[in-house]
Design a protein around this ligand. Structure first.
Ligand code: GTP
Length: 285
């Protein structure tokens, strides 16, 4: 899927993150638990070096719990890295993140200096929500559209702890193409930057092969048609999205499928397994 959305503020954010990393002790990388590889930033992977890092598999209330477990075991095998699945209701676990983070810092670091923890992640993954819970007050603006946060800000949340909030960034070339679909499906890419019908064909194919029951339950289908386009047609018929002569309104049905997936109405679904990580990235991800 070709995505051309890389607004100026993301370019600036990328430069700022590179600069800020120099004074950062701990990186908290917020991933979407439904697509932990697609939502992990390849630029950050390169820039971060061996800094202590906590990967938060966020929005885990929407992800398939058994696959989330696989991802956590995958990340466990990495040095200087912790992984935890969270969602915004798990406030006490969110608050313990920083305690865990402190334990990961080198024993010889200057304890008089506040710990600087940088929060990074793709747009709309839940960074601001997490920061507000960590800070115990509403500091960062939240919203269910990508790129609400546009500037980096420093937030002192305790005597010796500073959070660095960063805008959600994407990267200029999203590959392999399936990663672009997964990011768009989960809501990390602005809706006007991709073709709804193309995305819903991807979604129909993926859901048919991995979560057929979610489709039959939600759309009251007897069985799943072989072709993704026939599946969209069947859903359109069930939802009254047929035009003249029974022709499906593909735009409307695509919008329904995408919205209902994002709202969790199809159930808890994960779009990728650790085995989907391309070989070239396995050691780094
Ligand atoms: P940008 O400013 O675009 O970078 O977004 P962000 O990463 O700061 O995301 P934000 O905190 O604004 O959250 C985006 C949307 O996701 C909001 O509607 C939140 O309520 C929702 N959200 C955040 N965390 C969770 C979660 O754990 N589960 C679910 N289901 N929704 C969440």
């Amino acid at each position: 899927m070709a995505i051309t959305w890389f607004p100026g503020h993301m370019n600036k954010a990328k430069r700022e993150i590179g600069r800020a990393l120099k004074q950062v002790d701990l990186v908290i990388e917020v991933l979407d638990a439904r697509a932990p590889y697609a939502s992990s930033n390849p630029i950050l992977r390169r820039l971060k070096g061996d800094k202590a890092c906590i990967k938060v598999l966020n929005k885990s209330d929407l992800a398939d719990p058994s696959v989330t477990k696989e991802w956590i075991s995958h990340f466990k095998a990495r040095d200087n890295l912790r992984a935890i699945s969270l969602d915004k209701e798990k406030t006490s676990q969110i608050k313990s993140l920083l305690v865990e983070g402190r334990k990961m810092l080198p024993a010889e670091r200057n304890k008089d200096r506040p710990v600087v923890a940088m929060i990074v992640g793709v747009p709309n993954v839940g960074k601001s929500t997490l920061i507000n819970i960590l800070a115990g007050r509403s500091i960062a603006k939240t919203g269910n559209i990508p790129a609400v946060t546009q500037h980096q800000q420093r937030i002192s949340i305790a005597k010796k702890m500073v959070l660095l909030d960063t805008p959600g960034i994407l990267w200029p070339r999203i590959s392999p193409p399936a990663c672009g679909y997964r990011l768009a499906f989960t809501g990390a890419i602005k809706d006007n930057q991709f073709d709804f019908e193309e995305l819903s064909l991807f979604a129909a194919e993926f859901l048919s092969s991995h979560y057929p029951q979610a489709l039959t339950n939600r759309y009251k289908l007897k069985d799943i048609p072989d072709e993704p386009s026939a599946l969209l047609h069947a859903i359109a018929a069930k939802r009254g999205c047929l035009g003249k002569g029974g022709i499906p309104d593909l735009n409307r049905v695509s919008e329904i499928l995408i919205r209902e997936f994002r709202q969790g109405k199809l159930g808890r679904i994960t779009l990728e397994h650790p085995s989907d990580i391309p070989v070239k990235d396995v050691d780094e991800t």
